[in-house]
Design a protein around this ligand. Sequence first.
Ligand code: 13P
Length: 284
Amino acid sequence: MPLVPVRDLLFDARERGYAVGAFNCNNMEIVQAIVGAAQAERSPVIIQASQGAIKYAGLEYISALGRLAAEKATIPVALHLDHGTSFEQVVQCIRHGFSSVMIDGSKLSFEDNVSLTLEVIKVARAVGVSVEAELGKIGGTEDDITVSEREVALTDPQEAKEFAERTGVDALAVAIGTAHGVYKGKPELDFDRLREISNLIDIPIVLHGSSGVPEEDIRKAVQIGVRKVNIDTDVREAFMEGVKEVLVSSPEEIDPRKVLGPGREKMEERIRLKMRIFGSSGKA
Ligand code: 13P
């Protein structure tokens, strides 16, 4: 079926109390693992592309892979820009068929973040594309974007309320203690803050930096109101686990398919587990 906007997926997730996984992709094997897992679990799914993915694979390849994967699938698939950096990039992604975009104005002042988000919403809504924004600063490194521990700022619930009212954005990423990349210690999520935000806003909440967050914490966050869970690092790890197993057991292997294929299988298994934790399995 054709790509669907993230907004539609999150609307159903809110109605039925689960979260949709948004998995980062960089190449064909990852896209196939994401959609293969979603098919096997009968789960809706979001394929997303970060700045690094666009740099590595090129926007044309990512969009073609995402659109093809959705067309072949019998479950709903969205193609989403992760951490969009500018109005221009958002327009390029829309032009290439993305069904959803994130505009990350979290490094800007509150007023400038509101203005940029509104500007993006105006053009995206005109063509049925949904928009995610970010308020507060999520820590860690994702590809080219790094937020140091000093810069991290958890989302202020009252600001979230005002931001939601003034923009009417389709999904809001909040900072509640997660970070992109590999955690050094156990992440401490601020559930009270999440609960307060969830009580104040009617917009689906997005959790970034969800790899490495304990299963029970993810379940709790979904119970409180998280409707989109972003996963990148865990999938990368699974990919490399499969690849390394082959390279260690058969160091002479020269067929890339025999190396990448097992990586794809490991990713699919890992993504299926995530979908069960998010509660999206069987919802498509
Ligand atoms: P992780 O790499 O921690 O899973 O974060 C992914 C993410 O939030 C993408 O926006």
